[in-house]
Design a binder for this molecule. Structure first.
Ligand SMILES: [Zn+2]
Length: 720
């Protein structure tokens, strides 16, 4: 009997399409296939197979099975689960899952080899060629150059069959982790945590542990022991380690290489396509046992995933905000559940969601208290900017300047932290008051002095800084308002003309290598002052750093979104945690206009539990995450009238459900982006409500017209 194959395509389609299975193709669920769609062939995956019942309308046949590893059933289940959760078409997560499968394979390497045939005539030139050929050359020209002969000599030897060009396929294998190597000696606190993780993993099945340890407490050593246990327990076991930033991968990969004498598979957007294909195939075939990567590594086709580690689990970079909108930490837990695997969430400042799960016993809570080695926590001092203001037009207060002087004089390093890129966050005309914005967009243009341009960080628009105000035409009337990292660097250079000062920010570093070089220079003590955005607050270890100055500690609190206080606390705790990591005491100065704020008080007292308790209480009272659930609907379109009409239809269509409140429609805080007006609904639901099902039902009742886009963001992190 013939069969029908349901094929999932990586396209915005709400369901799988049916095709007939050609005679003898013998498809299996998970197989990668080419299937006709309209006039073209599309690369898809077999989601289901069933017997044809005879009465069906004729179906197009599957064109071919693609010679590539199939998607394992768990990976397929995860993709479908993720789509339902995010209220998205399954094609979106499938496209992410197939990104590596469609990358080109590495080209086979060429090498000219000696075949063993004896040349008819052995001239001096030929002898010279045969002497150097074993070194391995990829072309006749290279070999001729190395032998100091003309290319004709090589040609002759190839024609005689003495030399031959051979193609060597790229090796699909990965180095096998050496499990016999001993790990580093753990302190009491680390050893206890490692033992509990091993106990949890030995029990088998789905389990989550929160590895909660202050900065410098040695979390990585602990989870490396868990990785060792997972690999040792099962020769087929695979481990996934997620990191929030590409900049952190090299450091973590080096730790794995040191521990297991084998480099893990690396996965993020900077990986070259052939390498990406190798990792994808290796994960699907089981040859690659450890993957270290960014959030999209979650969609790799693991065959036997037994341990997932989410490092810096609180980091908001785990939230993908465009395309397929998802929170990688939450999806990592979901994937582990499907795989019946263990999860380790590691952080010095865990998210309130994870802390709540730990408090209620859903997650095991492993607290590392001892700081590794002899390092001590820094002293944290609040600088009240109302009492000690900087001079007009400057941003560093007298107490911070004094601390910088003392640190520089002692030959130690300082980090000035400001989470704002560029030179100035706002440019306005002092003649007419015009604020410079991107075309058809509400967000301000940020001045960048390095590039001499005004840049919109939201849309990417940029323009040279004009000589005259585009609004009133006044010359030299544009003034820069407020500080960015480039401006703080300028001030630091004026204060310390002899000091070695650099900026660490995504605009001033061209690529990951440049970022690594700057981090290395800081580690090796080649810099005195580093001015940095949040990128440098994460995970790096600067042994000679003893002072952290936070230029604007209030910055995050002004955002006005749900997680503003939490994020500010995490960021500042990470930034101040950088100081004094080896044997030197460190200190941190936080410039603030609100020293009485709960976040500032908790930071100064280094009392995370007090902060967590207060913040969780407020969330509980409001029914907000982690006590309730949130989703945002962003509706955008070029025509205000049509947008308003659809938004009203959508408002009418909202289903009534117990435990669900719908707020809006309202103008989104950024009401105009790239000429599209934006409206927003916020949905709050009790934890017991199936929020995804509610949103899917709502959307099904009001499909937007062509020019209007409706984006659903489950568990929003950005409130723009
Ligand atoms: Zn003007």
């Amino acid at each position: 009997m013939s069969r029908i194959a349901s094929i999932l395509l990586p396209l915005p389609l709400s369901e799988a399409f049916d095709y007939s299975e050609p005679e003898g193709m013998d498809l299996h669920v998970g197989d990668q296939v080419a299937a006709p769609l309209g006039s073209r062939l599309v690369h898809g995956v077999v989601a289901a197979l069933r017997d044809a019942d005879g009465g069906n309308r004729p179906l197009k046949p599957v064109d071919a099975r693609i010679d590539a590893p199939p998607l394992p059933p768990n990976a397929l289940e995860f993709i479908q689960w993720a789509a339902r959760y995010a209220v998205s078409d399954p094609g979106q997560p499938l496209a992410m899952a197939l990104r590596g499968a469609r990358a080109p394979k590495a080209k086979p390497a060429k090498v000219i080899e000696i075949t063993g045939l004896t040349p008819a005539k052995l001239t001096a030139a030929r002898a010279q060629v045969l002497a150097v050929a074993p070194q391995g050359f990829a072309s006749s020209a290279d070999l001729a150059r190395a032998a100091g002969v003309s290319p004709g000599v090589i040609k002759g030897l190839i024609e005689e069959g003495v030399l031959a060009l051979r193609l060597i396929e790229a090796d699909p294998r990965f180095p096998e982790p050496d499990l016999a190597l001993a790990g580093p000696e753990l302190n009491v606190s680390q050893a206890a945590a490692a033992t509990e993780l091993k106990t949890m993993m030995a029990a088998g099945g789905f389990n989550v542990a929160l590895l909660d340890g202050i900065t410098g407490s040695g979390k990585t050593e602990v989870y490396l022991e868990a990785v060792h246990a997972a690999l040792a327990a099962d020769p087929d076991a695979q481990v996934l380690v997620l990191l929030p930033e590409i900049a952190l991968t090299q450091a973590v990969i080096a730790r794995f290489e040191a521990r297991f004498a084998a480099a893990p598979g690396e996965w993020h957007s900077d990986i070259a396509p052939p390498q990406r294909r190798k990792v994808w195939d290796g994960v699907a075939t089981g040859l690659c046992r450890i993957v270290v990567g960014a959030r999209s590594a979650l969609f790799l086709p693991f065959r036997k995933l037994t341990l997932v580690i989410v490092d810096e689990e609180h980091d908001t970079s785990y939230k993908q905000e465009d395309g397929f909108i998802y929170q990688a930490r939450d999806l990592a837990v979901a994937r582990a559940k499907i795989e019946a695997a263990s999860v380790i969430l590691a952080s010095a400042t865990p998210s309130l969601e994870s802390l709540r799960n730990a408090e209620t016993g859903r997650y095991r809570w492993l607290r590392l208290t001892a700081r590794h080695g002899v390092a001590r926590l820094p002293d944290i001092q609040l600088v009240d900017m109302r009492a000690s203001p900087p001079a007009s037009g400057f941003w560093l207060s007298p107490p911070l300047v004094e601390a910088l002087k003392a640190t520089y004089a002692a030959g130690e390093q300082s980090l000035l932290f400001l989470n704002r890129r560029g030179y100035a966050p706002l440019v306005l005309c002092k003649a007419c008051g015009e604020r410079m914005t991107a075309p058809d967009t509400d967000s301000w243009l940020v001045e960048h002095r390095y590039s001499g341009r005004l840049v919109c960080h939201l849309t990417g628009f940029s323009m040279p800084k004009p000589a005259a105000c585009p609004h009133c035409g006044a010359l030299d009337s544009l003034v820069s308002i407020g500080p960015g990292v480039e401006r703080v660097e300028e001030e630091a250079k004026a204060l310390f003309p002899e000091a070695r000062i650099a900026v660490f920010s995504s605009d001033t570093l061209w690529d990951a290598r440049e970022a690594r070089n700057l981090i290395a220079a800081m580690e090796e003590g080649q810099l005195d002052i580093l001015v940095a955005t949040q990128a440098a607050a994460k995970g790096h270890n600067f042994p000679n750093l003893t002072l952290v100055g936070v230029v604007d500690a209030d910055l995050g609190l002004r955002g006005g979104d749900l997680r503003a206080a939490e994020r500010t606390y995490q960021l500042l705790a990470q930034a101040t945690g950088r100081a004094g990591r080896k044997d030197r005491p460190g200190r941190a100065l936080l410039q603030t206009y609100a020293p009485e704020h709960a976040v500032m008080q908790a930071l100064q007292a280094q009392d995370r539990d007090a902060f967590t308790t207060a913040e969780l209480h407020e969330r509980d009272m409001a029914g907000l995450p982690p006590f309730g659930r949130l989703a945002a609907l962003i509706i955008s379109g070029p025509d205000p009238m049509a947008l308003e009409a659809f938004v009203q239809i959508l408002a009418q269509a909202a289903p009534n459900a117990d435990g669900v409140q719908v707020y809006g429609p309202a103008d989104a805080p950024l009401g105009l982006v790239r000429g599209r007006r934006r409206k927003r609904f916020l949905v709050r639901a009790d934890r017991t409500v199936d929020l995804s099902a509610y949103l899917a039902a709502w959307r099904a009742r009001a499909r937007p017209p062509a020019a209007i886009r409706l984006a659903i963001d489950v568990d929003p992190y950005s409130f723009l």
